[in-house]
Design a protein around this ligand. Structure first.
Ligand code: SF4
Ligand code: SF4
Ligand code: FES
Length: 426
């Protein structure tokens, strides 16, 4: 049947827009400059999947996935309602908790819809406990690698990846929590390189990778790098209250097993640091060389993880003396570069460093063992493995303005927007 030319009027967040009847709602909103977050939906699919629920909006007063709705005269849609924004964010956070997503080490970073949705919604941590499932990484297919730990079961691959004989390559196996995407090796082997690449692009996460193609486009030039489809999404936060005076607060900082890069970044706000010191006092910190706590602090900023016994002691002391503890940078969050040694037994590391390494002085074949030296731990620990951490500021190092805006938010409850360009890192 020919599509009707008649235009209808629908209302989205109070704004009246003209569109064709029977148009997909997510698409109609996008055409009119309104962003409805979505993940499993993609425009070329005539029959939306409706599997993720990230696009949930109030439609004529009822919550419903927008990608499953077609436009009709008089339709009333609410997108940017605080409660819905929170629900949508919670869904994305659950996806991060359910799988193993470590974006800086992921081949799909910058090209990944899930990562992008996380940035758009301001997800910096998940409120749900991580499940840490140990799923298979399947290297058996001819052209692809399937990383099941990153699959969000959106069903895109099942519906869209077909051979020339119209046979499915992917299917869902098992049920409920145990559901995984199965791949038919025989059918996969029939795919051309172009069809395999299409499968990688269809997948909204880094679950489907094509051998030799994951880094074909360098970081920085990727689809979502340095751009936001909805720049204003996070600017809808309430503005900070300029009338509320800032109470003076005390900050402590420390660098454990790190490179001091995060501390250098903290100084990178240049002259704004002078404004900051008007209402914060630094206590124990390498920034002022105060070596011991002289009072309880409102916030402690931790750079670096724990590689020796002294790091552990200092971190525990920070936990005791600071009301809020923030892990700043990758080394404090997961161990970072120093944690590369975690894949090698400690004995081998010490032998390489002190006995067999090319920098070992002839005749100086000794592993330092003085009792005054802190004991090296069996591995490098992230801070949250030792003490409870209240907040995380990722980055290597995180941007200076981002660190201080986060700190101000925590100390004085000041709201701010995390701009995509500021928070995006690879
Ligand atoms: S699949 Fe996406 S969200 Fe998951 S680790 Fe990779 S880039 Fe991050
Ligand atoms: S492999 Fe990718 S496309 Fe397929 S269900 Fe998982 S996330 Fe979706
Ligand atoms: S985008 Fe609508 S349910 Fe996934």
């Amino acid at each position: 049947m020919a599509k009707q030319n008649k235009q209808i009027t629908i209302t989205i967040d109070g704004k009246k827009i003209k569109t064709s009847p029977g148009e997909n709602l997510v698409k109609a909103a996008k055409t009119n400059g309104i962003f409805i977050p979505s993940l499993c939906y993609f425009e070329s699919n005539e029959s939306p999947l409706g599997t993720c629920r990230v696009c949930t909006c109030n439609i004529d007063g009822k919550p419903s996935p927008a990608c499953m709705e077609k436009t009709r005269e008089g339709m009333e849609v609410e997108v940017n309602v605080d409660e819905l924004k929170n629900y949508r964010k919670a869904i994305v956070e659950m996806m991060f908790s359910e799988g193993n997503h470590f974006c800086p080490g992921c081949e799909k970073s910058g090209n990944c819809d899930l990562q992008h949705m996380g940035y758009e919604m301001g997800v910096s941590r998940s409120r749900f406990p991580h499940i840490f499932k140990d799923r298979l990484i399947d290297f058996n297919p001819k052209r692809m690698i399937i990383e099941h730990n990153r699959c969000v079961k959106c069903r895109r691959c099942v519906e869209e990846v077909l051979t020339d004989d119209n046979l499915q390559v992917f299917s869902f196996c098992n049920r409920g929590n145990e559901t995984v995407v199965g791949i038919d090796y025989e059918q996969e082997a029939k795919l051309s390189e172009e069809q395999a690449l299409n499968a990688m692009h269809i997948c909204p996460t880094g679950a489907i990778l094509v051998r030799g193609q994951s880094f074909a486009k360098p970081f920085g030039d990727r689809r979502f790098d340095m751009k936001s489809v909805q720049k204003d999404y996070q600017k809808q936060l309430p503005p900070e209250n300029p009338d509320k005076p800032r109470e003076p607060k005390t900050i402590a900082t420390i660098s454990l097993a790190g490179c001091f890069g995060c501390h250098m970044s903290m100084l990178d706000i240049d002259l704004e640091l002078l404004d900051l010191v008007e209402f914060v006092e630094f206590n124990k910190s390498p920034l002022n060389d105060i070596k011991e706590f002289t009072k309880r602090c409102d916030i402690g900023l931790i750079e670096g993880g724990c590689c020796n016994s002294e790091n552990v002691e200092v971190l525990k002391e920070f936990r005791k003396k600071c009301d809020i503890l923030v892990a700043v940078g990758e080394c404090s969050i997961w161990g970072g570069l120093p944690a590369m040694r975690n894949t090698i037994p400690l004995r081998e590391c010490l032998e390489e460093a002190y006995l067999n390494g090319i920098t070992t002085e002839p005749g100086e074949y000794i592993v330092p063992y003085d009792t005054d030296l802190p004991k090296i731990l069996d591995k490098v620990y992230s801070c949250n493995e030792i003490v409870e951490i209240d907040h995380y500021i990722p980055g290597c190092p995180p941007d200076a303005h981002h660190i201080w805006k986060a700190v101000m938010n925590l100390l004085w409850g000041e709201q701010y927007s995390v701009l995509y360009s500021e928070f995006k890192y690879d």
